[in-house]
Design a protein around this ligand. Structure first.
Ligand SMILES: NC(=O)c1ccc[n+]([C@@H]2O[C@H](COP(=O)([O-])OP(=O)(O)OC[C@H]3O[C@@H](n4cnc5c(N)ncnc54)[C@H](O)[C@@H]3O)[C@@H](O)[C@H]2O)c1
Length: 278
């Protein structure tokens, strides 16, 4: 019997990177999976992969924004109709990273200073330039989106007597990342949300954990622009295992938290980061 045989899972941001890998890993482990993504074409593509594996649900791909309360309500109605109100596993994974051209230029200057053998002294001043719009959008997608999906999932899990909620945080939320205070704050908020919710719903059989990956090779890192190759090489140098992570390695962490081996884990933050943080 596969680890997730008979389970119903819902993965947000499933159209790319970690979400897609988690979706397919869960499907191969026996789960039927509902997928949501901001990009309809990406959501449809991963749903087609699920259909080929015999792991799709009748609700089909769910397109929309996790930060849109009405869209999220609609997703869960369609999911509930397709599964008779059943949901065993929720993965709040949808997210994005952003930066501005000036921060990228200053990061490039810091790298030049480092290469010249000195200490980087160019200030990033990214927070002083951070706009209201970028700040609010970051918190809306990551933190509010996690809340909206969790709020909709809880009644289904309570009715079933239990479930698993897995929230995608980041080492940004545990150590902070310079130049990304908004992203770090959103991810730190997700960790605090995870811990509080774990305490609140543990008595109802619902286990809530977070994953805080280090740098994983996905399209999210394209935010580094022309600096991607240099920055990721520097990150790999600082990582005990000497490389970036693969999406598969985060998906295996999610599978563990969703599966029968994790019955004594709740309120925890597992951090697949190759030793970048020890
Ligand atoms: N790649 C990394 O190094 C890394 C490290 C730590 C944490 N994370 C987190 O992992 C999660 C997945 O990232 P990834 O690396 O797979 O990135 P990715 O860009 O490959 O995939 C993210 C997916 O989420 C979708 N999405 C974005 N905003 C959305 C929204 N508002 N509503 C619905 N869907 C939305 C995108 O369309 C995309 O398909 C994110 O929460 C990210 O912050 C990534």
């Amino acid at each position: 019997m596969a680890q997730l045989d008979g389970k119903v899972a819902f993965v947000t941001g499933a159209g790319s990177g970690l979400g897609r890998e988690i979706t397919l890993t869960f499907a191969r482990a026996g789960a039927r999976v509902a997928v949501a993504d901001l990009r309809p074409v990406a959501a449809a593509a991963v749903d087609a992969e699920l259909r080929a594996l015999g792991a799709a649900l009748a609700c089909g791909p769910l397109a929309g924004d996790v930060a849109d309360a009405a869209a999220v309500r609609g997703w869960f109605e369609r999911l509930g109709d397709a599964t008779g109100g059943r949901l065993d596993i929720l993965v709040n994974n949808a997210g994005h990273a952003d930066t501005d051209a000036e921060t990228q230029a200053r990061l490039a200057r810091q790298v030049e200073e480092l290469m010249a053998g000195g200490r980087p002294t160019t200030p990033l001043e990214a927070t002083a330039r951070l706009t209201d719009e970028r700040w609010h959008r970051m918190l809306a997608v990551h933190l509010t989106g996690t809340f909206f999906c969790t709020r909709a999932a809880l009644p289904l899990m309570v009715a079933a007597g239990g479930g698993r909620i897995i929230n995608m945080a980041s080492i940004a939320g545990t150590t902070g990342i310079a130049g990304a205070t908004h992203y770090s704050a959103a991810k730190g908020g997700i960790i605090a949300f995870t811990k509080a919710l774990a305490r609140e719903v543990g008595g109802q059989g619902i286990l809530v954990n977070a994953i805080a990956p280090g740098y994983i090779d996905t399209p999210l890192l394209d935010v580094l622009g022309e600096q991607r190759a240099t920055q990721t090489a520097l990150i790999a140098l600082q990582t005990v295992l000497g490389r970036l992570g693969e999406a598969r390695e985060v998906a295996e962490t999610a599978l563990f938290l969703a599966g029968p081996g994790a019955t004594y884990f709740t309120g925890q933050v597992l951090s697949p980061n190759g030793g970048l943080v020890v």
